[in-house]
Design a protein around this ligand. Structure first.
Ligand code: 13P
Length: 218
């Protein structure tokens, strides 16, 4: 294993542990992948993050063949398919973050209630329709929901954020959870929040693109 591969594996592991420590994930839920050579490095299935070692991460070829002693995350299909569909993405973070998941259970996307919704690439954080975990149907649903976006909710499941680096994907996942918490707070007060207009969000998107907003996270 090269130094560079070892460093990438360590970085994934560090983000897995940070994901749990920050409350974005709990127990063994969630999974992370990073584009690597002709495939990807991905967390193994059903292994607690505090017991996971760099060598437990799995290298997965584009055809789904896994290398190493562990089995890849049950969600390897959508990690592989998102990275194939999105040349702009180098990392995929999937979590069952509590507030994002509450909204996803209720079948709600996140509307433009705060200008930061633009960090997901548009006026909403869209919702992918429910499909069974680990299936091609789920992969197709999330790849569809992510079209033109960098994050989505997953009905009855959780959320996905992508990034041009792993740090950026994790930052975006945290921002989506913050938006979900804000939306939940409005709904808990018995109100649908007032929303920003499409024109206002477009201006935010342009300003973020011009300033490279969020890019420092890499
Ligand atoms: P894995 O342990 O197989 O990655 O599954 C966790 C999960 O969150 C499935 O959606």
């Amino acid at each position: 294993m090269t130094d560079s591969e070892r460093a990438t594996r360590r970085a994934i592991l560090a983000q897995c542990r940070a994901m749990t420590a920050s409350g974005l994930s709990q127990g063994m839920s969630g999974n992370i992948s990073v584009r690597w050579r002709e495939g990807l490095l991905i967390t193994p299935t059903s292994l607690p993050y505090d017991r996971m070692m760099p060598e437990d991460l799995v290298f997965l070829c584009r055809d789904g063949t896994a290398e190493g002693p562990r089995r890849p995350s049950s969600e390897w299909r959508f990690h592989r398919d998102i990275l194939a569909a999105r040349p702009d993405a180098r990392a995929v973070v999937h979590t069952h973050a509590p507030y994002a998941t509450v909204l996803a259970i209720l079948g709600r996307e996140i509307p433009p209630l705060h200008y930061m919704v633009a960090v997901a690439g548009g006026a909403t954080v869209p919702l992918a329709p429910y499909a069974l975990f680990g299936t091609q149907a789920l992969s197709d649903a999330v790849v569809g929901a992510l079209a033109g976006r960098t994050a989505c909710l997953m009905q009855h499941h959780g959320m996905i954020a992508i990034g041009s680096t792993l740090e950026e994907a994790m930052w975006r996942a945290g921002e989506v959870e913050a938006l979900a918490r804000q939306y939940h707070g409005c709904l808990a007060l018995g109100q649908e929040p007032p929303l920003l207009s499409a024109a206002e969000i477009e201006t935010v998107l342009q300003k973020m693109a011009a300033s490279g907003y969020g890019a420092h996270r890499g």
